[in-house]
Ligand binder design. Structure first.
Ligand SMILES: NC(=O)c1ccc[n+]([C@@H]2O[C@H](COP(=O)([O-])OP(=O)(O)OC[C@H]3O[C@@H](n4cnc5c(N)ncnc54)[C@H](OP(=O)(O)O)[C@@H]3O)[C@@H](O)[C@H]2O)c1
Length: 472
């Protein structure tokens, strides 16, 4: 069975895309690893293709063999489909483990599940780590961004492995322990929420350039490639530039033109929005991105709507300058990150996690999907203290916001007049305008509530009486 004389330092269950690549990454960094997959033939194929790393891998065909191959205290990473499969694997493993052993769920778990699993395993003397891993297939193989939650003492026993396999930013590992139980998986969930918003905003700008400026996909791709050399430098802008300049080998058409414009939103984006609402937050750019994916799935309805109403606008507004689109995207993106960090802070306060938000920004600088040149400055701004927990109020970002605000207004007004939907960009603007409006319109809401339900209100002058004269 084993190619090793000594036992493996760590085990991994689930040799799907992520598990296989993470195992090779761990083996490459010099840590012997025992692997197991429910379907044994997958393990055989994985080992057959492992090349030079074969000697650091211990293939196993049963849970018993896997556990027997591990050094004590045992540490086993689970990298299977999130939800029920994770519970099934835990149920199979637990009877074979001993007090002090550790299970690490490295999938995209709902952090509520992680909290539940951590508490249940703790009762049985076992450690449970919830570990968010971002970076897709490439990241898992060569350096993902890793967000850990769970007992800090048990994390210390595997920290050397996790830091070794993670991406690095100027030598600093993009891996950190964020707090107990579900803290790591929550940071990963919010990462994915920001990812939804960032992707949606880039797609909205693409839509305006395609349907408003009538640019071809490869022109837009080349523009994104240029933007990627400036302040918008980020993985998502980079890959969008590449995608838009790719052609379908079968038809010769631009690749995006042969892709159906429908997407699902079952996972982490939706969880971010749901948890935010539960915590009394409303990250409007993330909510808009989740909504946009839902709307996109109603393709048939949209086609009927286009038949009834047409897609031509009532009048033709003036197209903003190309640089306006770039500046608008930058400001809107800052708002999306602002909302993400604010949500992390709210969850940290609620669950008493003590999340280090600056560290989250640092861990996202490399390896993950939302990596971006801005994150280093964001980390510094957060460390200096954010007024009202708002990134966009930070002295480091006020100039950026002021500089791009009129461009965002021009782009959103253009889109609105041209009949082109920009839910995330317009929600970024609505949020900004609300957060800088000292006196809003909720005085009337409170009066309405008092009128129909005698709910009462607070007076601006602090005076007596908390009801209006309507029923006098
Ligand atoms: N793909 C990505 O880019 C990415 C990025 C970050 C995080 N993630 C997360 O990482 C996790 C793994 O994702 P993935 O894309 O590699 O693979 P996946 O398709 O989510 O899962 C495939 C693996 O799960 C195993 N599995 C499914 N049900 C099982 C069960 N009941 N008992 C035991 N094993 C079971 C499969 O075994 P069999 O071979 O026997 O079917 C296979 O090894 C997920 O939580 C995913 O959300 C994925």
């Amino acid at each position: 069975m084993s190619q090793l004389n000594t036992k493996a330092r760590i085990g991994l269950i689930g040799l799907g895309v992520m598990g296989a690549n993470l195992s090779l990454n761990i083996a490459e960094k010099g840590f012997p690893i025992a692997v197991f997959n429910r379907t044994g033939s997958v393990t055989d194929e994985f080992i057959a293709e492992s090349g030079d790393l074969r000697d650091a891998l211990v293939p196993t065909k049963t849970y018993e063999e896997l556990v027997a191959a591990l050094d004590s205290p045992r540490a086993v990473i689970i990298m299977v489909k999130a939800g029920g499969p994770v519970d099934a694997v835990i149920d199979a493993l637990v009877p074979l483990l001993e007090e002090g052993d550790m299970i690490i769920d490295a999938g995209n778990a709902d952090f509520h599940d992680t909290r539940r699993r951590e508490a249940a395993l703790r009762e049985q003397g076992l450690n449970f780590i919830g570990m968010g891993v971002s970076g897709g297939e490439e990241g898992a193989r060569h350096g993902p961004s890793i967000m850990v939650g769970g007992n800090p003492a048990s994390y210390e026993t595997i920290r050397d492995i996790i830091e070794a396999i993670s991406a690095k930013h100027e030598g600093d590992p993009c891996a950190a322990h964020f707090g107990p139980d579900g803290a790591g998986h929550f940071v990963k969930t919010v990462h994915n929420g920001i990812e939804y918003a960032d992707m949606q905003m880039i797609a909205e700008i693409y839509g305006l350039l395609r349907d408003g400026a009538h640019q071809a996909p490869d022109e837009i791709g080349a523009l994104f490639e240029r933007w990627n050399k400036g302040p918008l430098n980020s993985y998502l802008v980079e890959i969008s530039g590449k995608v838009l300049q790719a052609y379908d080998p079968a038809t010769g058409k631009p690749m995006v033109e042969v892709i159906v414009d429908k997407a699902g939103q079952k996972g982490t984006g939706r969880w971010t929005a749901i948890e935010a609402l539960t915590l009394g937050q409303s990250p409007s750019t993330i909510e808009a991105a989740v909504a946009a994916r839902s709307w996109s799935s109603e393709k048939e309805t949209r086609l009927v709507g286009a038949e009834i109403f047409g897609t031509e606008p009532e009048f033709r507004p003036t197209l903003p300058k190309e640089s306006d689109f770039e500046e608008a995207l930058l400001v809107a993106k800052l708002v999306a990150y602002d909302q993400g960090f604010k949500l992390l802070k709210a969850a940290s306060d609620h669950y008493d996690w003590g999340l280090d938000l600056a560290r989250a920004a640092e861990v996202w600088r490399e390896g993950c999907i939302i990596r971006s040149a801005l994150l280093d400055d964001m980390a510094a701004a957060i460390r200096s203290g954010l007024p009202q927990d708002q990134l966009i109020f930070s002295p480091d970002f006020i100039a950026h916001v002021k500089g791009g605000l009129s461009a965002l207004r021009r782009v959103v007004s253009y889109a609105t007049s041209a009949g082109l939907p920009v839910p995330a960009l317009s929600n970024a603007l609505a949020y900004f305008d609300t957060m800088r409006q000292g006196r809003g319109t909720t005085d009337l809401i409170q009066a309405q509530r008092d009128f129909f339900g005698a709910h009462g209100f607070e007076r601006t002058d602090g005076g007596e009486g908390k009801h209006g004269p309507w029923h006098a």
